[in-house]
Design a binder for this molecule. Structure first.
Ligand SMILES: O=P(O)(O)OC[C@H]1O[C@](O)(CO)[C@@H](O)[C@@H]1O
Length: 291
């Protein structure tokens, strides 16, 4: 056996190399490119033996050990540099050697506006394929200039393209071209072109009240019908809309829109929110066509 193997197998200390690992040090197994210590001296107890001759901590469910002390056999860096999710909660004085998957710290308070990712997931927005994006760009370029001259920035176009199938219980596909990054405009969640490409495409009734939002539509192209109602059971009022029409919704009222013309209906949407108040909601409770 090579000299270095003998050292690493625990003979080093006997031979006068105090830095060499102890013979009692358990073996390592490799996980995701890192060696992870299987067990710990603190877990060794008499009785039933585990894979390495040491019994796992009886309190710890099998497979839920956390990495604690080092990531490589001869590295003794603490693992606290790993984010909590990787270190599964990380070592705490009470959990040393026995920390389990459930031992995560309390979740931080919700942050408003909610991260884009959570909205994306919850509201079933989908990114566009390159092909679809190209078609949508061509459709818009044919009828209008979508350049944004945002103060102090280079002129630009959309920062993100989303699409929603049968949005809020409506029909067809609704496209949203987000023209601003999150937080670029104060108290604003959406500054976007909404495109309902063909006759009959619609976005169903929904409210912004549960997010403390107000919303403004400015019709840029096409024609359609805008509907609003005071609450879910109320009777809807409808108004025809065309280029230049402006609508607003606020409080717990609901609104919906439909393309009724032969051309794409393009609306610029500005969604503002009341500062300091929560404006996210549990998306899963949001049934089709309802608030
Ligand atoms: O479900 P979200 O995140 O509000 O996004 C859909 C948005 O699309 C619109 O219909 C137009 O942007 C808004 O009324 C609505 O808020």
């Amino acid at each position: 056996m090579a000299f270095r193997h003998l050292i690493s197998r625990g003979h080093g200390r006997r031979w006068g190399f105090p830095w060499a690992p102890s013979r009692k040090r358990p073996l390592y197994r490799s996980i995701g490119g890192h060696a992870r210590r299987q067990d710990d001296a603190g877990d060794r107890v008499r009785g039933q033996k585990g894979r390495n001759g040491y019994r796992r901590n009886p309190q710890a469910p099998i497979g839920n050990e956390v990495k604690r002390d080092c990531c490589e056999p001869f590295c003794f860096r603490p693992l606290s540099f790993l984010p909590p999710r990787l270190s599964r909660g990380g070592p705490t004085p009470s959990s040393r050697g026995t920390a389990r998957f459930g031992d995560q710290p309390a979740l931080p308070a919700p942050v408003y506006p909610p991260p884009r990712s959570s909205l994306l997931m919850a509201r079933k927005r989908r990114p566009l394929s390159p092909d679809e994006k190209q078609r949508l760009d061509a459709l818009l370029d044919a009828v209008m200039d979508t350049t944004v001259h945002h103060y102090g920035a280079e002129p630009r176009s959309a920062v993100r393209y989303d699409k929603r199938e049968e949005m809020y219980g409506g029909s067809g596909t609704t496209y949203l071209l987000q023209m601003f990054e999150d937080g670029e405009l104060v108290n604003n969640r959406i500054g976007a072109y909404m495109v309902l490409p063909t006759r009959g495409d619609s976005a169903g009734f929904h409210t912004h009240g549960d997010r403390n939002e107000q919303e403004l539509y400015v019709v840029m192209r096409g024609e359609g019908t805008y509907l609003e109602k005071d609450h879910a059971e109320a009777e809807a009022r409808s108004v025809p809309i065309e280029e230049g029409t402006i609508t607003t919704v606020r409080g717990n009222a609901l609104h919906a829109v439909r393309n009724t013309g032969p051309e794409p209906l393009i609306i610029f949407v500005i969604t503002t929110f009341e500062p300091g108040k929560p404006h996210s909601r549990d998306q899963e409770q949001h049934g089709p066509g309802q608030s």
